[in-house]
Design a protein around this ligand. Structure first.
Ligand SMILES: [Fe+2]
Length: 130
């Protein structure tokens, strides 16, 4: 377990907290699988799970922004796009160098939690409670 979901990551919406928890779980499993040198089939399966769940989660967040007319929606969607782009770069990297890909995944897991959930996601909290 690289990183565990913590109460302070909460964005105040149980459904979105559940999504974040699940994304952290998949990322943890992926970093562990790559570090342990598991076979590429397992890793590719987890990577597919991560890609699909990320899109599902970002769509849920973005639908909510439109509903509450969240003013920082453009910047937030841009961060989502950057995350998706980074995922696809890691996907390609996995085919070439698993060690570098594992390090990238680990870095992404931590920086995404710190920069995205703890700052950008928590910024929408006050708008949703209105
Ligand atoms: Fe977000």
């Amino acid at each position: 377990m690289i990183l565990q979901w913590h109460e302070e990551f909460s964005v105040g919406v149980p459904e979105l907290d559940k999504h974040h928890r699940h994304l952290i779980e998949i990322l943890n499993a992926l970093v562990t699988a790559v570090n342990e040198g598991n076979n590429l089939k397992i890793i590719a399966g987890l990577m597919t799970d991560l890609n699909e769940y990320t899109v599902y989660h970002f769509n849920a967040e973005e639908a909510l922004f439109i509903k509450v007319q969240y003013p920082h929606v453009t910047q937030h969607i841009q961060e989502h796009q950057e995350f998706i782009d980074r995922l696809s770069r890691i996907d390609q990297l996995l085919q070439r160098d698993q060690h570098v890909a594992a390090a990238e995944l680990e870095e992404m897991l931590i920086s995404w939690i710190m920069n995205h959930i703890l700052t950008s996601d928590r910024m929408y909290m006050s708008y949703l409670s209105h």
